[in-house]
Unconditional design. Structure first.
Length: 255
């Protein structure tokens, strides 16, 4: 049989538990924004418009060895890799690429895939496709990136965001993978990218080849679902031949 004292103690314990739960819940609300970050994989593509006036003209270029992939093919490569909807961003100049990174929450980017054209020491952002090759009007190269790193990012309101805020958008074990057509990227340039962004960067020492079979070009139509990159439908199944990690910071020696 419960005594009066036991009933009083039980009520006190219940009130204490209720107060403790309210305090704990409030603490979790305050700490919630720092407790979990939703990570993400993002895709960036260069702006290289399809120059052919009809699909038959493009097929003629393909069969006549005067064809190079356009943004339409980069988008198809992403979609064929399992991405749903328009799950990519066209970056046509260096600021738009940096902004794509900066607009993500801190620590959220686990993987950034860059699908575009490349040269040995730069990544194509915008350009033209002609019969004899691909020409860059805008590219991401060392001088531009070094300028951002040294001077920060100038915002519309005149304030400057330090480069460390861009680096902070990447998760701890993040990786940037550059899928460059037209030319392979040099190992020195990939190392520079790793150092400037502070994350692992992967790339290829040979040019990636985009191809369509004869079946994909039948009836005057191009079936972009049948696009292959170095023989693979899923571009992410390709194994990068180069992996570069950020260089260890140089420690200064006290005088």
């Amino acid at each position: 049989m419960t005594t009066t004292l036991e009933r009083i103690l039980n009520k006190t314990a219940i009130r204490f538990d209720a107060i403790r739960d309210r305090v704990t819940d409030k603490a979790e609300e305050v700490l919630g924004s720092k407790k979990r970050v939703q990570t993400r994989e993002i895709w960036a593509v260069g702006d290289f418009p399809n120059p052919w006036s009809s699909e038959q003209d493009e097929i003629d270029a393909l069969t006549g060895d005067k064809w190079f992939p356009s943004t339409k093919d980069f988008a198809a490569a992403i979609k064929n890799s399992g991405a749903k909807g328009k799950n990519y961003t066209i970056v046509d100049h260096s600021a738009s690429f940096i902004n794509l990174v900066y607009m993500q929450p801190k620590g959220s980017i686990t993987r950034l895939n860059f699908v575009t054209h490349g040269a040995s020491d730069s990544i194509g952002l915008k350009g033209r496709i002609e019969d004899d090759g691909v020409y860059f009007d805008e590219d991401l190269e060392e001088g531009v990136l070094q300028g951002f790193k040294d001077n920060g990012i100038l915002k519309d309101d005149g304030t400057v965001v330090p480069w460390s805020e861009v680096q902070a958008r990447f998760a701890k074990d993040a990786v940037i993978v550059v899928y460059a057509c037209k030319a392979a990227l040099s190992e020195d340039f990939l190392q520079f990218l790793a150092d400037v962004f502070g994350v692992t960067v992967q790339g290829f020492t040979t040019e990636l080849h985009y191809t369509y079979s004869g079946e994909a070009l039948s009836n005057g139509k191009i079936d972009r679902k049948q696009l292959k990159i170095d023989g693979q439908t899923d571009i992410k199944s390709l194994s990068p031949s180069v992996t570069k990690k950020p260089s260890a910071p140089v420690e200064s020696t006290p005088p």
